[in-house]
Design a protein around this ligand. Structure first.
Ligand code: SAH
Length: 242
């Protein structure tokens, strides 16, 4: 669980490295037992501020002080924050992505967010593009908040965006057909492929705001919704309760 991704098993990291080196990349395919096959346009992983969704722009303008970018990918948010004068550390489990970020002059490190030996403190933690997805399953949220407490200064904040996947279960009459006895409906499995590289299947969590707030409170955190996005998505701010 505290593992790092080696290049041979890292489709997204390879795509990011290719795009960084040549300005283009092959198809980055995303497979899931819950969705039709999809693709991530690799150029979007290099988006600049003006091409970011409103929720991410808001995340950047709300950030204060020393910032940790979790699952930073190509480092697009880290770069923007640096340009705005923040001291930024970017972590990612992808060795390839960390290599690209270093070439982009970002203080990037191959660190897994759940690694308890990483104990530096930050004023802001950002998790963009549903970065809380790394939690995988609702039952692991207490572990997530434990890591947050370890990394936040007393007045620090976490800024994250996620989506309520209930729209996938919407009926024609506007009601939602969700099996509440089954697993939480935002728990998804994904697998990525790029060129000949096939990544391992991984769990990825999308969480609705109310469930996030409930678990945050259970863990002694305060949670607040900043803004709603355009389609069942939102930006939330979490801080340690005083
Ligand atoms: N935040 C970036 C990239 C999102 S993709 C953006 O918005 O463009 C999610 C990233 O999280 C990937 O780069 C993946 O390697 C990284 N990641 C997945 N699990 C992680 C973990 N446990 N700790 C740190 N990074 C992780």
């Amino acid at each position: 669980m505290n593992s790092i991704l080696v290049p041979q098993k890292d489709p997204m990291g390879r795509a990011i490295a290719d795009y960084h080196a040549t300005g283009k990349a092959a198809k980055l395919r995303v497979l899931s037992s819950m969705f039709y096959e999809d693709e991530i346009p690799v150029s979007t992983l290099f988006r600049t501020f003006s091409h970011m969704p409103i929720l991410e722009q808001e995340m950047i303008t709300r950030a204060k002080g020393r910032v940790l970018d979790v699952g930073a990918g190509s480092g697009c948010h880290a770069l923007e924050l640096k340009a705005r004068g923040h001291d930024v550390v970017a972590i990612d489990i992808s060795e390839l992505s960390v290599g690209v970020m270093k070439e982009r002059d970002i203080d990037a490190r191959p660190i897994n967010f759940f690694d308890e030996t990483f104990t530096e403190k930050f004023d802001t933690i950002i998790m963009a593009m549903n970065g809380i997805g790394i939690v995988g399953k609702v039952e692991r949220l207490p572990l997530f908040f434990r890591s947050i407490k370890r990394l936040l200064n007393p007045d620090g904040i976490v800024l994250l965006d996620s989506s309520d996947l209930r729209y996938l279960f919407e009926e024609e009459d506007g009601s939602f057909c969700i099996d509440i006895a089954g697993k939480y409906y935002g728990e998804v499995d994904f697998e990525m492929r790029y060129k000949g590289i096939k990544g391992a299947t991984f769990d990825w969590l999308y969480i609705d705001y109310n469930t996030l707030e409930f678990y945050a409170n259970e863990s002694g955190m305060q949670c607040q919704k900043c803004i709603d996005g355009e389609h069942y998505d939102y930006l939330a701010e979490i801080r340690i309760r005083r």
